[in-house]
Design a protein around this ligand. Structure first.
Ligand SMILES: NC(=O)c1ccc[n+]([C@@H]2O[C@H](COP(=O)([O-])OP(=O)(O)OC[C@H]3O[C@@H](n4cnc5c(N)ncnc54)[C@H](O)[C@@H]3O)[C@@H](O)[C@H]2O)c1
Length: 419
């Protein structure tokens, strides 16, 4: 089978880890069972460009159970778990192109191999496959009946293409489903970002001043978890509504230039570019630690930091680089400014990816069933999918909720406000 992974002999270790994740991916397991019976993806070729993690492996098993002819490539050069990539090939029969730490050329070679598969459905985490299908690999776009997008940054790229009238096929904004961003971005990124930072540095969070740039779904999660660990949290924002929300949630809000002077640890989660720049690095305390958990490695201006440094010590610890500034202070950057939760830890816990990937699997089924009837735009995930995943997750967690009585249902549906 066609593949490019680090070491196929790692497969047994990968299988053990994939099984461990599967224990808390109960919604996906229910869908997998049904897919195995009904084969809703039979006859379809799929290419998925996702972080190659244990959770992705369980999604891959589900799509294959549904009959898809699937290949996988990495959506980030640093996030691949090599034993999982090996297990996907050797145990689950999924051609996989992903090696942790792959260089730029290998990364794009792998994306192209995924497109050589001639997919009918693609899945992206950051819109890289869709971008290729609209640029260097335009010829293959004609085969596509639809594409799924996992993250905020990808959806922003796709909406921009839609606005310019460029989209060649329908895409589904999986990120925007409630069962995705309300849980994955908030609780998943919140916990795993701090996990990555602690694994990389072993710092004590209690008593630290943690600066969180961006108070979207991810920023809320990171701030909440940092506060829970005993840090005092400062938020920076550009959106007045988000800034007032952060203020009323009890965080200090200030511009980055002020936060830069007082912070011990900086975390960007904005989806924006150059959020921390030379003027900020210049005033940081000696020993300040800077990390990014936003999708692309552009949130920290590292070329700018490099220029203002007199010496760079790579690998102070694994995934920690020290930039000795001309001011005499040193700033430490984690994971070369790439998603710290995936580079230095294992990404989101399986229990929360269960919901995101349940939505991915059901959205694929929806696209397959639509058979080219969806327009060439960015589609929302149907609300029934969100409701189904939420109800099933609650059920598998053993949480029961009330049902409307018929009197309440009538009351809520009537325009009579009881006056
Ligand atoms: N690490 C992960 O595993 C993971 C998971 C989900 C999403 N993401 C990525 O994280 C990023 C944020 O996602 P989100 O869902 O929170 O997005 P969001 O749109 O909900 O929030 C982003 C916030 O950043 C703010 N912002 C933009 N530019 C800013 C600037 N210069 N300074 C301060 N604030 C600024 C925006 O106003 C917004 O409130 C995206 O790139 C997304 O793809 C990463």
């Amino acid at each position: 089978m066609n593949h490019d992974v680090r070491d196929i002999s790692l497969a047994a270790a990968g299988v053990r880890r994939i099984d461990w994740a599967d224990r808390t991916m109960s919604v996906l397991a229910v869908i997998r069972k049904r897919f195995a019976r009904e084969k809703p993806l039979k006859g379809l070729r799929m290419s998925a460009c996702l972080h190659v993690t244990t959770e992705t492996a369980n999604l891959a098993r589900t799509l294959k159970a549904g009959g898809a002819d699937l290949v996988i490539c990495a959506s980030n050069p640093l996030s691949t778990q090599d034993e999982v990539a090996a297990a996907l090939v050797a145990e689950y029969g999924v051609p996989t192109f992903a090696i942790k730490g792959e260089d730029h050329d290998t990364y794009y070679r792998h994306l192209n191999l995924a497109i050589d598969h001639k997919p009918n459905i693609t899945m992206d985490d950051g819109a890289d496959l869709v971008w290729l299908l609209h640029s260097k690999r335009k010829a293959e776009a004609a085969n596509i009946i639809g594409s799924m997008e996992e993250t905020t940054t990808g959806v922003i790229r796709l909406r921009a293409m839609e606005k310019r009238g460029q989209l060649k096929f329908p895409v589904v904004a999986v990120n925007d489903a409630d069962c995705k961003h309300l849980f994955d971005n908030r609780y998943g990124t919140g916990q795993s970002t701090l996990d990555g930072i602690v694994r990389a540095t072993n710092i004590l969070l209690a008593g630290k001043r943690v600066v969180v740039a961006g108070y979207g779904m991810c920023g809320r999660g990171v701030s909440m978890r940092a506060r829970g660990a005993g840090a005092s949290v400062i938020v920076t924002e550009i959106d007045p509504l988000k800034a007032i929300e952060a203020t009323m949630d009890g965080y200090l809000v200030m511009p980055m230039i002020d936060a830069a002077r007082v912070g011990d640890l900086f975390i960007t989660v904005t989806g924006d570019i150059n959020v921390i720049r030379p003027e900020h690095f210049k005033v940081m305390k000696d020993g300040a630690i800077v990390a990014n958990s936003g999708h692309f490695n552009v949130e920290l201006d590292l070329p700018g930091l490099e220029k203002m440094s007199k010496k760079i010590v790579r690998g102070v610890r694994p995934l920690v680089d020290g930039y000795a500034l001309k001011t005499g202070r040193t700033v430490y950057v984690l994971a070369e400014g790439r998603l710290v939760n995936l580079a230095a830890a294992e990404g989101h816990p399986a229990a929360v990816m269960d919901m995101s990937f349940a939505v991915q699997a059901l959205a694929s089924e929806w696209v397959a069933a639509s058979r080219r009837k969806l327009g060439r735009r960015v589609h929302q995930v149907p609300h029934e999918i969100d409701e189904y995943v939420a109800a099933l997750k609650l059920q598998t967690m053993g949480v029961r909720i009330d049902r409307l009585t018929s009197e309440q249902a009538r009351y809520l549906e009537s325009s009579d406000m009881g006056t």
